[in-house]
Design a protein around this ligand. Structure first.
Ligand code: IVH
Length: 698
């Protein structure tokens, strides 16, 4: 966390305020992309709102520090690719939030002041329950639906006409009497029942479930194949408009009535309220009833009823002055933690989950809640038997917020976080500075096995043709392949089983024979590929190559790792001395090999293989660039950058992307800029591509 994040707004110096606004702008933009573009938020709405509020309060205190890219000016995130872009003639705005009754007073007072209304003038307000879905704009011309778009960043959205047409609640035509040209705006949403059914189907098809109905609606709308959208049971409520020839009424209420007459659904519980008391009473009434609705709502939208007043009030940068969203408090309940389970994810991450006495939170029965990680449990001192407050903030997975003081049983004991994997028993380690503990039993842990096997056969690893995700899953499920070595014994076992593979669904004699041939072809494998294929954390292709080159053959590599196992002494120092290998990589490697089950799996695998030694750079010591550090910059014409790099490495050079005083030679093509300049400043030798080709031909 940044240093300024913990400072109260009142205590910030101007410099700290500027730093904090920069941090918040970046963080909020990241969350906007996660939410709007990827449909996968990483924080709760409440936490997101808190970030925005902090940003707004700092901006109010330090108006000079407001940034050009301030989140207060932006709505959502710019659209992802895949759909044509649609420019909104009238921008699609967002809404300011009101969190308590005092904020409602301020909202009405601002309107009163802006319009210079007398204190006793009644401001009629249309109050609409706010569904958590995705807004869309529908353009009708001459009574026909001609275009439908998402909000995008408010100015430019995506053309999703075909998808929107599949929604039953969206009329394709308007009756006579409707304006010749009108954009009708509203919310596309998914009911709770449709959401639960969709997630059940997702899980049955081994696809990731959606976190909440909003994400499910957004994901369903953004399908390139509109037939998928059609099967998703989406709803639509109309509540606003964009470009329009002439409106059918002069109040919000009147326009909503016209929408209904034209065949649209509007929020059923919408009410016209006269002033503060009625607004707040309505908010309370709907908040109490929210659990019984068919869909999630997260507040009440208040809109000034008179359209002439709406027009005079206009908008601030991202939201209208005539409307605001009065949020509900997140839905919470108390229950008892019956168990704390540790789940192991596909990449080995241990995640604690509270098993709860089932409790209803906002209309949904909750029996599990995330506990995030071991620090969260320790900081809140959450124990089995504790009564806790759980919160559902729109998401399916609720959170344990706090422990109820005074309700702890007398015999309660603190929760001890395991340091071994509950699935396979391997060590579970937590590298310094990381929040997550991981199982290191990569090759043998059944929670990770499928993921590891998929990596093992992937293109940059063993690259076995005909053995993709689908086959790996099926073979694993049937116990045919549970560890890498099994792949290489498959043919022999199959022969013993009378060619059973060819008789499986989707297989035949030819495809089975082809697979065995593809496997056979990979018995010979370079040490670098073998190391990479093990899927050790932090060991990608680059590090695998460094390790393989340095040690040469498998036996020397394993012997060196064994000697380095105590993590001190000459062998460990030697490992760290490999250019490019640091303590994080070395420790991940040693953690992996320290697990006996991994070693056994690797030995079994190696028995099946002929591991090829990888030539160390020393073998090319006579090349003119051996041991030198090279930088390629600018455009290369005769070869690709990758080929040039590979050639240089094969000649024993190290290729770096930045010029520093460690650089020995810069190869500069046309268009080279700052790197070339820096090389000249540092007096480093610079050659062009032709000279490089001559060198490389040696
Ligand atoms: S009016 C001109 N009315 O809430 C103001 N928005 O937080 C535009 N929403 O982008 C919005 N129900 O996706 C309006 N009855 C309602 C709404 C509503 C849900 C959503 C909409 C908007 C977001 C702003």
């Amino acid at each position: 966390m940044s240093e300024t994040a913990a400072i109260a707004v009142e205590d910030l110096t101007p410099e700290q305020a500027a730093a904090e606004l920069a941090r918040l702008a970046a963080e909020i933009a990241g969350h906007d992309i996660a939410y709007h573009r990827n449909d996968a938020p990483v924080i709760s709405d409440a936490d997101y709102d808190a970030l925005r509020r902090r940003n707004a309060r700092i901006e109010a205190r330090f108006p000079d520090a407001v940034r050009a890219d301030s989140p207060s000016h932006a709505v959502g995130a710019a659209p992802a690719t895949g759909f044509a872009k649609v420019a909104h003639v009238r921008p699609m705005l967002s809404l300011d939030n009101l969190f308590d009754d005092g904020d409602v007073d301020d909202f009405l007072e601002r309107i009163r002041r802006f319009l210079s209304l007398e204190v006793d003038t009644v401001i009629d307000i249309v109050a609409e329950p706010k569904i958590d879905g995705v807004s869309a704009s529908l353009r009708y011309e001459d009574g026909r639906l001609v275009q439908g778009a998402t909000r995008g960043d408010g100015r430019i959205g995506e053309d999703i006409t075909r998808n929107l047409r599949t929604i039953a609640a969206i009329p394709h035509e308007l009756p006579a009497g409707a304006p010749r040209r009108i954009e009708i705006r509203g919310e596309v949403f998914m009911s709770r029942d449709a959401f639960l059914a969709l997630n059940a189907a997702q899980e049955a098809a081994d696809r990731a479930p959606f976190a909440n109905p909003r994400n499910a609606a957004a994901g369903s709308l953004r399908q390139l194949d509109h037939r998928i959208t059609a099967g998703r049971n989406l709803g639509f409520h109309a509540y606003a408009w964009g470009e329009v020839d002439a409106l059918p009424a002069d109040t919000q209420w009147g326009v909503l009535e016209a929408f209904t007459a034209w065949g649209f659904a509007v929020q059923p519980a919408t009410r016209r309220s006269r002033g503060r008391e009625e607004m707040i009473a309505f908010h309370r009434e709907i908040e109490a009833a929210r659990a019984s609705l068919a869909y999630d709502i997260d507040g009440i939208v208040y809109k000034v009823d008179r359209l002439d007043w709406q027009a005079r009030l206009g908008q601030a940068s991202r939201a209208p002055r005539w409307a605001a969203a009065h949020k509900f408090a997140p839905e919470q309940a108390q229950t008892v933690v019956e168990e704390i389970d540790i789940q192991v994810g596909r990449t080995g991450a241990l995640t604690p989950v509270a098993r709860l006495q089932p409790v209803t939170v906002g209309g949904v029965v909750i029996a599990n809640a995330t506990l995030h990680n071991e620090d969260y449990i320790r900081e809140k001192d959450i124990r089995v038997g504790d009564t806790v407050v759980v919160q559902r903030a729109g998401d399916v997975i609720p959170q344990v917020l706090s422990v109820v003081a005074g309700a702890r049983p007398a015999d309660s004991v603190g929760f001890v976080y395991p340091d071994h994997c509950p699935v396979c028993g391997s060590a579970a380690v937590r590298p310094e500075g990381e929040a997550i503990r991981r199982c290191v039993g990569g090759l043998t842990c059944s929670a990770q096995a499928v993921e590891r096997l998929r990596h093992f056969v992937s293109r940059d690893a063993f690259d076995i043709e005909g053995l993709g995700d689908k086959q790996i899953r099926a073979f694993y499920a049937d116990g045919l392949v549970t560890a890498p070595a099994d792949i290489f014994t498959l043919a022999a076992r199959d022969a013993a089983a009378d060619g059973a593979l060819a008789k499986r669904e989707g297989w035949g004699e030819t495809s089975a024979a082809n697979l065995f041939q593809a496997i056979e072809a990979r018995r010979e494998i370079g040490l670098d590929r073998l190391i990479y294929s093990l899927g050790i954390r932090h060991i990608g292709q680059g590090n695998a190559r460094l390790l393989a080159r340095h040690h040469g053959d498998l036996a020397s590599f394993l012997a060196a790792c064994e000697a380095a196992a105590p993590r001190e002494g000459a062998a460990y120092e030697a490992l760290l001395a490999i250019d490019g290998i640091g303590a994080i990589v070395a420790d991940a490697l040693l953690d992996f090999l320290a697990e006996l089950a991994n070693r056994a799996a690797l030995d079994e695998l190696a028995d099946q293989l002929e591991v090829q030694a990888v030539a160390a750079p020393a073998a090319t010591a006579d090349s003119p660039v051996a041991g030198k550090t090279l930088v390629f910059t600018g455009k290369l014409e005769a070869t690709s950058r990758n080929e040039a790099k590979a050639r240089a490495e094969a000649m024993g050079a190290k290729v770096s992307s930045a010029v520093s005083n460690k650089t020995d030679l810069v190869v500069a093509g046309p268009g080279a800029g700052s790197k070339l300049k820096k090389a000249e400043e540092l007096g480093i030798e610079v050659i062009d591509e032709a000279a490089w080709l001559e060198l490389a031909a040696d």
